[in-house]
Each structure stands twice: as structure tokens, then as C-alpha cells.
Design a protein around this ligand. Structure first.
Ligand SMILES: CC(C)(COP(=O)(O)OP(=O)(O)OC[C@H]1O[C@@H](n2cnc3c(N)ncnc32)[C@H](O)[C@@H]1OP(=O)(O)O)[C@@H](O)C(=O)NCCC(=O)NCCS
Length: 88
């Protein structure tokens, strides 16, 4: 999921099926996400990862992302709508 609200680009829900991981798919997906955001004039991408998700942090570091010195805050306004995802 790639979004741009005019200030920062945001990435959500990057995932690769477990049996297809470590073949470069996420790197390719992120290259395309960055291309789309650059084309839209976006100067910086932000994304959030649970601090316990060390493998994903390692993935993003390997493609050039760094940990920012920020505090992430949130407020729940209601239940999330479940996404309907068709199996491949
Ligand atoms: C994170 C994720 C999307 C990576 O997908 P992927 O297709 O396996 O990643 P790539 O093959 O493009 O990896 C590129 C590089 O990232 C690093 N990397 C990827 N997975 C890693 C892991 N588990 N541990 C350490 N480094 C990792 C490696 O440097 C890798 O290069 P290499 O395979 O040549 O060593 C995948 O592990 C995933 O779907 N995780 C579960 C979902 C999730 O938690 N998403 C994040 C939500 S915030």
C-alpha cells in the first residue's frame, strides 16, 4: 500500500508470501513504490514497523532506510474494516 498526502510518502502492509521470500520480490516492490512516489514529487518516505519485528527492520535497512528519532502516536477511532484479499 503506497500513499502520498502531499508531504510524505507512506508505505503500509508490505508482505511477501513466506515460500517466496528472500528472492528479491520485496526489494522490487519497494523500487516500484519509490518510483511512483518520486514521480508524484514526494521528497521522503515514512513507514512504521513494530519494534519487535527485527527481520523487517533488517530488510528496510538493507535497502537504504534508517531509523528516525521520532515517537509514533496513534488514537483508535473505531474497529479496522477487514480487508478482502483474493488468494493467488
Ligand atoms: C519483509 C519482507 C516483505 C521481505 O520480503 P522479501 O521478498 O523476502 O525480501 P527481499 O528478498 O527483497 O530481501 C532483500 C534484502 O533484505 C534483507 N532481508 C530480507 N529479509 C530478511 C530477514 N528475514 N532477515 C534479515 N535480512 C533480511 C536481505 O539483505 C535481503 O537480501 P539477500 O536475500 O540478498 O540477503 C518479508 O520478510 C515479509 O513479508 N515479512 C512479513 C510481513 C511483514 O512483517 N511486513 C512488514 C510490515 S511493517
Amino acid at each position: 500500500m503506497v500513499g502520498y498526502e502531499g508531504h510524505r510518502g507512506w508505505i503500509n502492509y508490505l508482505a511477501v508470501r513466506p515460500d517466496c521470500q528472500r528472492q528479491g520480490h520485496a526489494r522490487q516492490i519497494m523500487e516500484e513504490a519509490e518510483r511512483l512516489l518520486r514521480e508524484a514529487g514526494c521528497p521522503k518516505i515514512n513507514l512504521q514497523i513494530r519494534s519487535t519485528n527485527t527481520e523487517v527492520i533488517a530488510f528496510y535497512k538493507s535497502i537504504g532506510y534508517r531509523v528516525d528519532d521520532v515517537v509514533s502516536m496513534s488514537k483508535r477511532l473505531g474497529a479496522d474494516e477487514p480487508y478482502q484479499v483474493e488468494p493467488l
